[in-house]
Design a protein around this ligand. Structure first.
Ligand SMILES: [Zn+2]
Length: 612
């Protein structure tokens, strides 16, 4: 966005207030400090600078402005963060040029899904679903309050109820198809059209089904999970879900997240159950930090989203073969993400919804009795073999080592190796040997997978160019830290060679574009933004600046920056010379001119060792 809206939002929001509404901030010198909400730590390395409207964590290197913070914290896309903060700041958003089309399409899908959700709710509470569906849900143990909170609904039997309703509200069939609500007939079906004049080429996707709306982090419906209605044709798939659409991606969606996120954050833990009904039963039992995946195995993306709220996941899966397999696979993924994983064990043959219906207290007990996944699977493996025999011992160690491969923390790994050794009464060192062997096998496997081997363009000159790169980084950081510094430096550094060199830094572009604005506001990419704030904080925290009063800081920064700019020019000239020399050395070598080669190498060494 080239207008000033982002700056205006930032100017109106107090970053300390905003971040303070999520984490407890303490004043510390020129900054505010807290324990980082994005990684586990005991001593605070997360800092907020009120005056610059920036935050940065020295522990995990994340950082940015208010937008970057809510994106990270709430798991939002930039546009969503913009919307949220604009609302908070009371700033009206203009339409984005070039993205208007895309945004309008998406907005219309959100709107029509909201209408569809209301339509399904109405069918459930006042329409054809009132008798059997509502009774069924209550019979399954759901309270009216829960049914309303999760916005359950009913899609009546028939081919075009929803289609007709939404068309009458002004939506086009193509839009409904894009939202995943209706299906286009295949050619063969089209030959035998339904006796209706309205959109004969389409029909409702969800027919005679209990509807569970899936919402995004802001509570907007993005899709549905639909259960076949009781007494309906049970030969159909029990659950069907919305297909991939511009706003629904099953690998990212989490059922119940919107209602669970606050509790997830408070507990620092997410409970993951298998089904929608289980989520509702858990919420009803007061275990509100519960979500489910919809129509997919747990994915890395979903775990990333959960990790924003806390470092622990508890898996509450069925005890049958499929459930256990899913629990094992999910454990591996979560361990890879360096999450703490526990297993909530259930009596065989029952799911959370069944138990919750009979006695919600049992659900709470089960959650409280969760065991670390590494202990759970160790016990499961021990049960599979005779630990009294050497053959049994070996198989146990081999199998458990496979799981330990996913444990990244060496202390944690050592702990479980000790446990394993104790259980099978074997010398710990021997067990470590087997586990390490498993690691080696995997490493070798990974090493043989080819990765790109690119030769750096300027050869050896690159390593001698390190100093120029460091200077460039410092200068870019200072230009982000202060507008006067930026303007002065941009004036000093605009000769061709220097500019070309600076332009290779991914953050330089925004400095040129900024003008009167804060260059940080021009960056939308999360990683780039983090990098920019990291550079700024590194400077503000440097001994040169940390205790310097605000009014003296710019002057001091200007003096240092001017010196750096001069050094950089010298370095660049040197670098150019080195690159030219390298080329000449290569040529001399090709011509087998030993004397010339030696002469050039001597020059090369002299220049590169000169630290002036
Ligand atoms: Zn951190």
């Amino acid at each position: 966005m080239s207008d000033g809206t982002i700056d205006e939002i930032k100017a109106r929001l107090n970053i300390v207030e905003l971040i303070g509404s999520y984490v407890k901030l303490d004043k510390s010198g020129a900054h505010w400090k807290a324990c980082c909400p994005f990684h586990q730590e005991r001593t605070p390395s997360f800092m907020v600078n009120e005056e610059k409207s920036m935050w940065h964590c020295f522990g995990c290197a994340k950082g940015g402005d208010a937008f970057a913070f809510v994106m990270e914290m709430e798991g939002l896309e930039f546009r969503e963060a913009l919307k949220m903060l604009a609302e908070r700041a009371g700033v009206e958003l203009p339409q984005y040029r070039g993205e208007t089309q895309n945004k309008e399409t998406k907005d219309r899908i959100y709107d029509l899904l909201e209408l569809a959700t209301k339509f399904f709710e109405k069918q459930l509470w006042d329409g054809v679903g009132k008798e059997k569906i509502l009774a069924y849900l209550k019979e399954r143990g759901l309270s009216e309050e829960s049914i309303r909170k999760f916005r359950l609904g009913y899609a009546p039997d028939g081919w075009r109820h929803l289609l007709e309703f939404l068309t009458s509200k002004g939506y086009k069939s193509e839009e409904l198809e894009q939202a995943g609500l209706i299906i286009k007939k295949s050619q063969s079906q089209a030959l035998n059209p339904q006796p209706s004049t309205l959109n004969p080429a389409y029909y409702d996707r969800f027919r005679d089904r209990v509807m569970f709306p899936i919402s995004d982090i802001l509570g907007r419906t993005i899709g549905y999970s639909a259960r076949v209605a009781p007494g309906a044709d049970e030969s159909q798939a029990k659950y069907i879900n919305t297909p991939e659409t511009p706003i629904y991606h099953k690998s990212r969606a989490l059922y119940g997240l919107y209602l669970a996120k606050q509790a997830m954050k408070q507990a620092g833990t997410t409970v993951i159950v298998e089904g929608n009904m289980d989520v509702i039963a858990m919420h009803q039992a007061g275990i509100v930090n519960t979500v489910a995946v919809s129509g997919t195995a747990l994915t890395q993306e979903q775990l990333t989203a959960m990790k924003r709220y806390g470092n622990e996941v508890k898996l509450f899966f069925d005890m049958d073969g499929a459930g256990q397999k899913a629990a094992r696979k999910s454990t591996e993924l979560a361990l890879e993400k360096e999450l703490l994983v526990s297993i909530i064990a259930l009596p065989f043959g029952k799911d959370a919804a069944d138990i919750g219906k009979d006695d919600p207290e049992k659900l709470r007990t089960a959650v409280a009795r969760s065991v670390p996944a590494l202990q759970y699977f160790l016990q499961a493996i021990l049960k599979g073999y005779d630990r009294g025999t050497s053959d049994g011992k070996r198989k146990i160690v081999d199998e458990y080592a496979e799981l330990l491969l996913f444990v990244k923390n060496p202390i944690e790994r050592a702990h479980w190796i000790k446990e394993l050794a104790r259980e099978i009464q074997m010398d710990e060192k021997l067990v470590i040997g087997v586990v390490n062997a498993a690691f080696l096998v995997r490493e070798r496997r990974e090493r043989t997978t080819p990765f790109t081997t690119g030769r750096p363009d300027a050869g050896n000159a690159v390593s001698f160019g390190k100093r120029s790169e460091l200077l460039r980084e410092e200068l870019v950081g200072m230009m982000y830290a202060d507008k006067t510094v930026r303007e002065t430096l941009l004036g000093l550094l605009m000769d061709d060679e220097t500019k070309t060199f600076l332009e290779k830094h991914p953050l330089f572009f925004f400095l040129l574009q900024a003008g009167e604005r804060d260059p940080l506001s021009l960056i939308e990419d999360e990683r780039l933004k983090s990098e920019a704030t990291r550079l700024v904080f590194r400077i503000l925290e440097a001994p040169d600046f940390i205790d310097v009063a605000e009014e003296d800081r710019v002057g001091k920064m200007l003096r240092i920056a001017t010196g750096y700019a001069e050094s950089l020019k010298i370095e660049i000239t040197k670098r150019e010379k080195l690159i030219a020399l390298e080329r000449a050395i290569d040529e001399a070598r090709a011509k087998k001119d030993k004397v010339l080669e030696q002469e050039l190498v001597a020059q090369f060494t002299e220049i590169s060792l000169d630290k002036s």
